[in-house]
Design a protein. Structure first.
Length: 267
């Protein structure tokens, strides 16, 4: 196991164990609380984590007919929903116990996994298994944060998997600025993200309308956006709109507003 694989597996393990510790504190009613993932409760979030890891272990897929839910929009969504729907009648603590079991089995499997083995990433691109585990850490951490917000128990925002989230989704900021928000050639947007995870990056749009990260931070950007880390995560994960987070904008307010309205980078 190379250094990249070790780091991503460790991030994955840490966030799943943090989720399990959180599950141990939940009361009966909290398992049924709605989360910011449309159609999913707290228990559904845990069921999703279980079903994905069980599938990666090669466990038999559940035989269940998925109803026509409004939040299921395509075949991939239906595939994900099957593992969740199969556990809707299962008590929350039992789902958490299943997650604890699949975690231990996955860690055994991953110890012998070739980090350079080819793997199809969730974004449809080809990569290595080590990179695939960065996506798994990111996904598990994002759902942990969904649960924490739903039950009012914030925490683990600066986990190692938060670094995986930034490494993957920050790459989409040039797309947000140039294409989704329609920034014009020559314009730039500075993002300042504050604790517990802090980042400061700027995106500039070239003469062909393509966005890219600036070398360093420009002295004066067309628009500047200040967000806290949790707000950034919620926006880029598509969990909410800009009115639900605290932000401050300087410079071109219209451009800043378009950027905030188009931050979602996950399906």
């Amino acid at each position: 196991m190379n250094a990249e694989m070790r780091g991503n597996v460790a991030a994955f393990e840490q966030t799943v164990r943090s989720s399990l510790a959180l599950a141990a504190t939940l009361g009966a009613a909290e398992w049924d609380r709605a989360t910011e993932c449309p159609g999913w409760t707290v228990k559904d979030q845990f069921a999703h984590l279980v079903s994905v890891e069980a599938a990666l272990l090669g466990d038999p897929a559940p035989e269940v007919e998925v109803p026509e839910f409004d939040h299921v929009r395509n075949d991939f969504g239906r595939f994900l929903e099957a593992g969740v729907h199969a556990r809707r009648a299962v008590p929350g603590p039992q789902v958490a116990a299943e997650l604890a079991d699949v975690l231990e089995r996955r860690l055994v499997q991953l110890a012998d996994q070739d980090p350079d083995a080819p793997a199809t990433l969730p974004n449809g691109k080809e990569g290595t298994y080590a990179l695939f585990m960065r996506f798994r850490a990111m996904d598990c951490w994002t759902h942990e944060q969904d649960v924490r917000r739903a039950v009012g128990r914030p925490g683990n925002l600066d986990a190692p998997a938060a670094g995986c989230f930034w490494a993957i989704l920050s790459k989409g900021l040039p797309l947000v600025v140039a294409r989704k928000a329609g920034a014009e050639p020559g314009q730039s947007v500075l993002f300042r993200i504050s604790g517990p995870v802090e980042h400061r990056v700027a995106v500039v749009v070239d003469g062909g309308g393509r966005g890219s990260f600036a070398d360093g931070v420009p002295d004066a950007a067309t628009a500047e956006l200040d967000l806290d880390w949790e707000g950034y995560v919620r926006l880029t994960a598509g969990r909410c709109g800009p009115d639900a987070v605290k932000s401050q904008a300087k410079g071109d307010a219209e451009l800043a507003g378009r950027v905030l309205a188009n931050m979602a980078l996950t399906p």
